[in-house]
Ligand binder design. Structure first.
Ligand code: HDE
Length: 706
């Protein structure tokens, strides 16, 4: 079959790009291969045999002369590029941003002022610490980097799903990341912070305490990228036509609401489907239910900055939404998966310094450091300063300047002139529309210092903790106990507890108890006394900002032979109507024969489709099916885990013996365990599932606490 590659293959799209890049590539391609579907070398020479190298006789040596063989192996040998030093594991998708409300009062940026304007986007979600091949449900911050291809050039918000960061000055970043990633002597643990080096560093870095509360919360184990917020973290600046600045923080708010998994679930999901998050987004988009986020801004001026309790340049602090509400100005939909993972997701290069006229920086020392780091790391990773020529990074507006040459250049200026100023012609500066930096007086003593206004490390950590519902507070305690129990050195565990005492005494006591510490260590000396007067903020709780329906979520339906066809149909129809997603889980992947003789296809065989993959489950089985599944360990785990993870569960009467054998006694039944007597009850069941979980069940079936 040499030489037969279909129209949609990489070979075809490569040719298409070549055409775009060269302009007349179509003709060249025609000349080289003679037909669109012929396999060629990189030189465009048609290939006759792609399966056998050139040899002297059938058993003879392979000849150097075989240029196609050598080129193919050479290219393969060089396929890998360095993975990102952080955020290595990512997943990118395309979308569009639409502006609904103009910010013309504050900025000249067209992307934020031209109402109705649709701006193409590319977003890459990521975990931070794990390598490229690690699993999706690590306890970790999620990157949420967004590139807006605006009419005035590319604008990047290189955001995270947590609004604060571990450190206040970029000079500390290499140490933070070294400590978080696998330990250098042994090369493990992978994609997790549950080890001595991380907690040793954290214990010696009090400024990380607010962030520690966030990463120990369920924010760090999101149900899906689709249920996550995004935050630009730093205070940026909008700049109007007169050069006046307004401070701004950027927020992405998911229309689906916020939802996370439980830690016990995360551990199991990583085994059952290490690609859980990327598959989820891929499925949602390809099934026609693309996720949508609002773009919001918190705007404020110098007066607010002066009276705010903390420094607005300190990236370890938030501005509570109760103090400055998030103003929604537009929304973006992520509705197109990539054509090629490497081309787009791997080669995309984000940079905090990619801003457009009307958007500027502040002196946040973390932001200033990032502005250097991203460009620098991309040169290493992508191998040439010309990475901006790659289609995923190229602006969607003309690029005209006199930068030239370098590896893989595709865009040298045409003609004789390559300098500025010149008297030949060519692109010129545009004082009216060009980028102007925010102009400000600045003075000070040159010194390596930290502002005293950055000194309070505990007050907002406490505010975050008291803003959580009791179950979320419990999860934070459980997570701390889990992580610290993986540290070998007792003094490292103790030091963290000594910090917790500055945040919340009960939390410190619970964690100390969970770790089996004989007594509470003394409080860590705080640079300034922690405040206890900051009020709780509703916006900080996931549970209080959960989804309001089952739309966009996933039902697992366990079906056996002989199960009610009417019930299966009612469930699948109701789910589709929301719209949400369902998967049929069957004892055999071929499917199950229902009571009306029809066959329902299995998406998952029970061993490969544990209930941790679903938001809620329904068990629709026959009497025989229940009896058979009651002796099957994966089926019992399906039921038992769904119950233990506080999921809403519907079941037909025949399923009761299975429930019982899976450990759910009659006395355990609660409002989240719903008997489906007839098909009419399906809608009500899905309505109940809007609540996400039966939280109080978790207190009865305790999974994590000591
Ligand atoms: Fe990053 N970060 N970062 N970071 N970051 C990178 O750039 C860095 C920080 C974030 O999908 C790197 O191209 C420094 C905060 C995301 O391609 C690198 C500091 C926030 C991504 C880098 C920070 C982020 C990165 C590695 C402290 C949230 C993935 C590869 C001053 C607001 C982008 C790369 C993608 C990636 C440096 C802290 C978000 C090394 C020095 C705070 C989402 O340049």
């Amino acid at each position: 079959m040499a030489g037969k590659i279909g129209k949609d293959t990489g070979a075809q799209s490569h040719a298409a790009e070549f055409e775009t890049a060269v302009g007349e590539g179509g003709e060249l391609h025609q000349l080289a291969s003679g037909a669109d579907d012929v396999l060629t070398t990189q030189q465009g020479v048609p290939v006759a045999d792609d399966q056998n190298s050139l040899k002297v006789g059938p058993l003879g040596p392979t000849l150097l002369e075989d240029f196609h063989f050598r080129e193919k192996i050479f290219h393969f040998d060089h396929e890998r590029i360095p993975e990102r030093v952080v955020h290595a594991r990512g997943f990118g998708v395309h979308g569009t941003f639409t502006l609904d409300e103009s910010l013309a009062e504050y900025t000249t940026a067209k992307v934020l002022t031209e109402v109705g304007e649709q701006t193409p986007m590319f977003v890459r979600f990521s975990t931070v610490a794990g390598n490229k091949g690690s699993f999706d449900l690590a306890r970790d911050v999620r990157g949420f980097a967004a590139k807006f291809y605006t009419k005035e050039g590319n604008w990047d918000i290189v955001a995270n799903n947590i609004p604060v960061f571990f450190i206040q000055d970029a000079i500390k970043f290499p140490d933070l990341i070294h400590a978080a990633k696998q330990e250098p002597d042994r090369g493990f643990p992978q994609a997790q912070t549950a080890h001595d080096n991380f907690w040793d560093y954290i214990g010696l870095t009090p400024e990380s305490m607010h962030m520690v509360m966030w990463i120990m919360s369920d924010r760090a184990i999101p149900r899906s990228f689709r249920f996550m917020e995004g935050f630009g973290v730093h205070t940026f600046r909008l700049i109007d036509a007169d050069g006046k600045g307004t401070y701004v923080k950027f927020h992405f708010k998911p229309k689906l609401g916020l939802q996370s998994v439980m830690w016990n679930e995360a551990l199991k999901i990583n085994g059952a489907d290490p690609d859980f998050h990327r598959r989820d987004l891929w499925d949602a988009i390809t099934m026609g239910t693309p996720p949508v986020w609002d773009l919001g801004v918190q705007l404020f001026d110098d007066d607010f900055a002066d009276q705010f309790e903390f420094d607005i340049l300190d990236a370890t602090k938030i501005i509570p939404e109760e103090q400055i509400p998030v103003r929604k100005i537009g929304s973006f939909v992520l509705d197109r998966v990539v054509d090629n993972f490497f081309h787009e997701t791997e080669q995309v290069a984000f940079c905090t310094q990619n801003v457009v006229p009307g958007i500027g920086f502040t002196n946040d020392p973390l932001l200033q450091g990032r502005n250097f780091s991203y460009l620098d790391t991309q040169l290493k990773r992508l191998g040439s300063p010309n990475f901006t020529h790659l289609p995923i990074n190229a602006p969607r507006v003309p690029v005209q300047n006199f930068q030239q040459d370098g590896h893989m250049n595709m865009r040298n200026p045409k003609g004789r002139v390559n300098y500025e100023p010149n008297s030949w012609g060519g692109p010129r500066e545009s004082p009216t529309t060009g980028y102007r930096h925010f102009s400000a007086e600045t003075s000070g003593r040159k010194a390596q210092v930290r502002s005293a206004s950055f000194a309070d490390h505990y007050s907002q950590a406490r505010q975050f903790f008291i803003s959580q519902t009791p179950i979320e507070q419990k999860h934070i305690g459980d997570a701390l106990v889990f992580e610290l129990s993986k540290c070998e050195r007792v003094d490292i565990r103790q030091r963290i507890v000594s910090h917790l005492r500055n945040i919340d005494e009960t939390l410190a006591t619970v964690v100390a108890d969970g770790l089996g510490l004989p007594e509470l260590p003394p409080s860590f000396p705080a640079a300034v006394p922690p405040r206890t007067d900051l009020p709780p903020s509703e916006a900080l709780s996931i549970v209080k900002r959960g989804p309001d329906s089952f739309a966009g979520r996933k039902l697992g339906i366990l079906v056996s032979d002989g199960a009610s066809a009417a019930m299966v149909k009612a469930l699948t129809k109701a789910v589709e109507g929301l719209p949400a997603i369902y998967e049929i889980v069957t004892p055999k992947i071929g499917g199950a024969t229902l009571d009306d003789g029809t066959m329902v296809e299995g998406k998952q065989k029970i061993d490969g489709g544990p209930s941790v993959l679903y938001d809620a489950v329904a068990i629709v089985v026959s009497e025989e099916g229940a009896a058979m599944l009651a002796e099957d360990k994966p089926a019992k785990d399906f039921v038992n885990d769904a119950f233990a993870h506080g999921k809403f569960m519907a079941y037909t009467a025949e399923a009761l013996p299975l429930l019982e054998r899976a450990g759910i006694a009659a006395s355990d039944h609660d409002a989240g365990l719903i008997a489906l007597k007839d098909e009419g009850e399906v809608k009500a069941f899905l309505g109940t599932c809007a609540q996400v979980r039966v939280w109080d069940r978790e207190l009865r079936v305790d999974l994590d606490a000591a």
